[in-house]
Design a protein around this ligand. Structure first.
Ligand code: 1QQ
Length: 399
C-alpha cells in the first residue's frame, strides 16, 4: 500500500519536474531583454556582520542603476537589479547565486562580498556560463576561478603594499612590525602574505605574527603577546568587526605605535567599532572621492546627497561593476539586438564583450586582462581622522 502511494507521488513529482524543465526550455528561447528590463543579479551580504561591508556595495549599485537608466539604459531598454542576500558565509552565497542564475535568470552577477564566498559561489556561475564580476573580491586567484569570473576590485598584491610605503614615509623610524591576520578567511590569508612580503622587502623586522578568527571579539591574548614584542607598527588583516575591535583593544592595552589596516577596514562602518581608537589608522584604497573626471563627480554628488558622507571604495567598485555590464550590453546590442538573443547565448556573448571593453568609471579608466583581472592606474592611501565625538570620522587622503 505504502509503495503504491510512494510510486504515485514519484510519478507526480516526475510530471512536475518535466513541466518545470519544459517551461525552462521554452523561456530560454525568449530572453532577458524581451521582458521590459534587463535583469542584472546582485549577490551581496545584506545581513550578518559582513553586511558592514556588503551595504556599501548595495549603495553603489543602486546609484548606478538610477544613473544608467536615467541615461537611457541599454540603448533604450532599462536595466533592473535583482538582489539576493548572500549573508556572510559560503552557503548563503551559493544559494543566492543559484537563485539569481536559475530563478531570476539574470544576464550576469555582481558579487559576492567576500573572496571567501567567491571561491565557493563563483565556480557555480562559471559552470553555468553566467558572467560574474567581483566588486570587492581582492584575494589572489579570483579571476582564475574560471572564464566567466572577472573583478573590478584590484588585488591585494597591487593595493596593500602602498600602505606600508606610506606608513614608512610618515614615520621613517619604524623598524619592528607585528602582523595580525584572520586565519579563517581566504582574503585575509592572501593579504597577510602580501603585507609580510612588503615588510621584508622594506628591510623591516617582522617581530611576531598573531592569528585570530573573523568571528572573535576578544583579542587580549594576541594583543598582549604582540605588545610584548615591542613593535612600532602593527598591520592587521581582518574584516570590519574583528579588525576594529582588535584596534580598540590594542589601544586599550597601551599600544601607541602606528597601525595599518587592510581592505576589511575600508568602510566607514569601522568607525563605530573602534571609535576614537580608529584615529590614525592607515589603509590603502583603490578609489578616491577626489578622483577627477565627470563620472566620478556625478557619482560622488549622488552619493553625498543621498548618504551625507563621501562615497567609500566598495560603493565606487560596485558602481563600476554595474557600469561594465551596462556598457558591454550597449556595445553588444549595437552588433546584435540583445532582445533577440536566447539567454544562454546572451550570457556568453556578454562575457566575451565585457572583457574587451575600456570603461571610464569613478575608479578611473579600467579594462580587463583576458583572464578577467582588472587593469587600473590609480591607487591611494588614506588615514582615518575621527571627530571629537569619537563615533564619526573620515578617510583623509595621504598625499
Ligand atoms: C575580500 C575583501 C574583503 C575586505 C571584501 C569586503 O577584500 O574578501 O576579498
Amino acid at each position: 500500500m505504502k509503495k503504491v502511494i510512494i510510486n504515485t507521488l514519484l510519478l507526480v513529482a516526475g510530471t512536475i519536474l518535466v513541466t518545470a524543465c519544459t517551461s525552462g526550455n521554452n523561456s530560454d528561447t525568449n530572453n532577458a531583454g524581451t521582458s521590459s528590463a534587463i535583469p542584472i543579479g546582485i549577490g551581496f551580504a545584506q545581513t550578518s556582520n559582513i553586511a558592514l561591508l556588503g551595504q556599501d556595495g548595495v549603495n553603489g549599485v543602486k546609484i548606478a542603476e538610477k544613473y544608467f537608466n536615467d541615461k537611457g539604459g541599454v540603448n533604450g531598454t532599462p536595466i533592473k537589479l535583482v538582489f539576493q542576500d548572500t549573508g556572510g558565509d559560503e552557503q548563503g552565497a551559493i544559494n543566492a547565486f543559484q537563485t539569481l542564475i536559475n530563478k531570476d535568470r539574470v544576464v550576469g552577477i555582481v558579487g559576492p562580498t567576500l573572496s571567501q564566498q567567491a571561491f565557493s559561489a563563483s565556480p557555480i556561475a562559471d559552470r553555468a556560463k553566467v558572467p560574474v564580476i567581483g566588486a570587492s573580491n581582492t584575494a589572489k586567484g579570483i579571476p582564475e576561478i574560471g572564464d566567466y569570473v572577472a573583478r573590478v576590485s584590484a588585488p591585494v598584491s597591487t593595493v596593500a603594499p602602498n600602505a606600508v610605503k606610506a606608513a614608512l614615509k610618515q614615520n621613517p623610524n619604524i623598524k619592528r612590525v607585528a602582523v595580525f591576520f584572520a586565519q579563517n578567511d581566504a582574503f585575509n590569508k592572501s593579504e597577510t602574505e602580501i603585507f609580510q612580503k612588503a615588510v621584508k622587502d622594506s628591510g623591516l623586522e617582522l617581530v611576531t605574527v598573531q592569528k585570530f578568527q573573523t568571528t572573535d571579539t576578544d583579542f587580549q591574548a594576541q594583543a598582549t603577546s604582540a605588545i610584548n614584542a615591542k613593535p612600532d607598527l602593527v598591520i592587521i588583516s581582518g574584516l570590519t568587526a574583528d579588525g576594529g575591535n582588535l584596534v580598540r583593544q590594542l589601544r586599550e592595552l597601551g599600544y601607541k605605535g602606528a597601525i595599518i589596516g587592510g581592505n576589511g577596514f575600508n568602510t566607514s562602518n569601522i568607525f563605530k567599532v573602534c571609535r576614537a581608537s580608529c584615529d590614525g589608522v592607515m589603509l590603502a584604497q583603490a578609489y578616491s572621492p577626489e578622483h577627477p573626471g565627470e563620472i566620478n563627480k556625478t557619482f560622488r554628488q549622488a552619493y553625498l546627497s543621498q548618504f551625507k558622507t563621501e562615497p567609500p571604495q566598495f560603493s565606487a567598485q560596485a558602481f563600476a561593476a554595474v557600469q561594465v555590464y551596462v556598457e558591454a550590453l550597449q556595445a553588444l546590442d549595437k552588433k546584435t539586438k540583445v532582445s533577440t538573443l536566447p539567454l544562454p547565448q546572451l550570457r556568453t556573448e556578454l562575457n566575451k564583450q565585457l572583457l574587451t571593453g575600456k570603461y571610464n568609471t569613478p575608479l578611473g579608466e579600467i579594462s580587463f586582462t583576458p583572464a578577467g583581472e582588472i587593469v587600473q592606474k590609480d591607487f591611494y592611501v588614506a588615514q582615518i581622522k575621527m571627530e571629537k565625538d569619537g563615533s564619526t570620522g573620515k578617510f583623509a587622503l595621504v598625499k
